[in-house]
Design a protein around this ligand. Structure first.
Ligand code: M6R
Length: 596
């Protein structure tokens, strides 16, 4: 989840403070390294970069003193290549007269690096941002001008990314995008490009949004746009952004929770690219396979991901795993733990005290450790033997949404690999998530008016959807302050059925394999006057029996838990807002619980 920012000015000046300020505004994405490059009028490129926090690297390397007419700053979150000074961005081309940086992932990086080396270029790192620079250099070496070289390079670079590059002896910077965000800004005597609008709004409110397949050329007096395909110029008037910084940070959504719900197709895609290219997956899979006992450990939403992970691992890899709430791990299993066992610790923050307590107990007994964490540089990520990132970027809303999605997807990915299956089947998932978000919105909103006055409801699931029922219920409780219980659907008749009276809402999250069972449960509730709601792929039996159906797209049954999560998140959000609560910051809750 790297961030980039570039500036072009009309006179040589001290650019360091602007670049440092832009870097600070990009930090919310999470990062491990930071770098600045300025291009001087006399043809010198000043490049300074290292691993560490913006403030300390900037002070140590004197970013503030950097001068030039053009500048680039990049925050890197390691994907291709370990976090190191040499892998930090920006990168130079072979003879040091071009400098560039990217965000996102170039998935054919390894192949490209081999080609560049064979073609005689100087490759200094294993980072895919350097591939972007050499991809342009390749065509500049063949005699093409920058614009034409970039057009050709674009077709060589596979993946989702945005890239910015400059060359000595010119006065422009060039940026282009494929998948990742990119926006340009026009100020007084300066223009800008960035992966993030807020970093530009501090400098100007006249912006041009760049689309996939477009190149933007930043000049001191304005910006020009071109189509990558045919090199033809594009006419697009700048727009004036009038929203507050807060509204812009929410990306046009009313709340961070809604924004983060809608980010899920994108973060899922990012995670798949990351894992497909990661050298860390194979050793983690080996360790998970070999463990004597495998514990999946987390709290709250992260624990629900562990429950789902255990189902995936058993079904896809024949590997029994023990999902356990972190605080219960200590009294229940600590005395039995040994070095042959492995704990997979799941946490958005990587700082949850309950989870760290369990980790430290396991560590003292020699247990192997792996973490699945969103916050880069967190305690859990630093201290476990292996760490896999969730790659969601910063999750601001207290209710976890996109991080649950990527936890669930990470488990599905690992289980497929553990079972020796092809992970290519996951390629369709981001698109299915997008389709689901679009199609379930209206039926969920229709349900909102029927449920808004309810202070009690149940959310039921079975097999793969059991963890989703628990997670849906947690989200509903957290955001609406209503009592909502999640439960295995077959357990409902063993007690809670007595709560059902006229209109009592019971949600059934159902996979295609469990429709028969769900129909029985639905009828048990319906005949007692309850209001039954089915969340499932289209099925005539559910349509005929449930009062309300929220239809998921047809998909592999393995995807049902991930798809069914979306309407439950949306329902929680809409109900919370309709009841007058702030879904981003529910009362009494904190994003990271660092206390016992
Ligand atoms: O940072 P973690 O994933 O370790 O946090 C665990 C729980 O506190 C967290 O999942 C909590 O349940 C969420 N706010 C639920 O939305």
């Amino acid at each position: 989840m790297c961030g980039i920012f570039g500036i072009v000015t009309n006179k040589e000046q001290q650019l360091g403070p602007v670049l440092v300020s832009a870097a600070h505004s990009l930090t919310y994405r999470g990062y491990d390294s930071v770098g600045c490059a300025t291009l001087h009028e006399d043809g010198v490129i000043d490049l300074r970069k290292d691993v560490g926090k913006v403030a300390s690297v900037a002070e140590r390397l004197g970013f503030d003193t950097m001068i030039g007419k053009r500048g680039i700053v990049q925050l890197r979150w390691a994907t291709f290549g370990a976090p190191s000074q040499v892998n930090a961005q920006p990168h130079l081309d072979s003879d040091g007269d071009m400098v560039g940086a990217h965000n996102g992932n170039v998935v054919n990086n390894v192949e490209l690096m081999a080609q560049f080396t064979a073609e005689g270029m100087t490759v200094r790192s294993t980072n895919d941002g350097e591939s972007c620079v050499h991809a342009v250099e390749r065509y500049v070496n063949q005699g093409y001008g920058m614009l034409e070289a970039i057009r050709r390079a674009y077709h060589d670079l596979e993946g989702d990314y945005a890239f910015i590059i400059g060359r000595v002896g010119e006065e422009q910077l060039y940026a282009f995008k494929k998948g990742s965000g990119l926006v340009a800004g026009i100020g007084e005597g300066a223009t800008y490009a960035s992966s993030d609008l807020p970093s530009i709004l501090a400098l100007t409110r006249r912006v041009v949004r760049i689309r996939d397949g477009e190149i933007v050329v930043l000049r001191p007096a304005g910006v020009d746009l071109y189509h990558v395909e045919d090199g033809q110029p594009i006419k697009r008037e700048p727009e004036l952004v009038t929203e507050s910084m807060d509204a812009v940070a929410k990306g046009g959504y009313a709340h961070f929770m809604l924004k983060e719900i809608h980010e899920q197709p994108g973060v899922a895609r990012e995670l798949l690219h990351l894992y497909d290219a990661s050298a860390d997956i194979a050793p983690v899979v080996g360790k998970l396979r070999q463990a004597r006992h495998l514990y999946l450990i987390g709290c709250g939403t992260s624990y629900h991901a562990c429950l789902l992970g255990a189902v995936y691992m058993a079904r896809l890899a024949g590997r029994p795993a023990i999902p356990i709430l972190a605080p219960q791990f200590i009294p229940q299993y600590a005395p039995t733990i040994g070095p042959e066992d492995v704990g997979l610790f799941v946490s958005q923050s990587g700082e949850t005290k309950d989870v760290l307590n369990a980790f430290h107990v396991g560590q003292r007994r020699g247990m192997g450790s792996i973490s699945l964490v969103n916050v880069i540089g967190s305690t859990l990520m630093n201290e476990t033997e292996h760490a896999l990132p969730l790659a969601c970027g910063y999750e601001i809303s207290v209710p976890a949404t996109k991080t649950f999605m990527n936890q669930a997807l990470a488990f599905l990915y690992l289980a497929l690999r553990m079972g020796g299956h092809n992970t290519g089947v996951l390629a369709r998932l981001p698109e299915l998530l997008q389709v689901t978000l679009t199609t379930v919105d209206a039926p969920v909103r229709a349900l909102e008016s029927r449920l808004v006055q309810r202070d009690d409801l149940y959310c039921l699931g079975y097999g793969l959807t059991y963890p989703i029922a628990l997670e849906g219920a947690l989200k509903l409780k957290e955001v609406t302050y209503a009592h909502c219980e999640g439960m295995l659907s077959t357990e409902f008749k063993h007690g809670p059925l007595s709560a059902v009276d006229e209109g009592y809402p019971v949600i059934f999250a159902t996979g295609p394999e469990d429709v028969g069972l769900a129909v029985s449960g639905i009828n048990e509730v319906a005949v007692r006057g309850g209001h039954t709601i089915a969340i499932a792929a289209a099925d005539a039996r559910l349509q005929a029996n449930a009062h309300t159906t929220i239809t998921l797209p047809d998909a592999d049954p393995l995807f049902t838990p991930l798809l069914a999560t979306l309407p439950l998140q949306l329902l929680s959000y809409y109900l919370g807002v309709a009841r007058g609560y702030d879904p981003d910051f529910p009362r009494n809750l904190s994003k990271t619980l660092t206390v016992d």
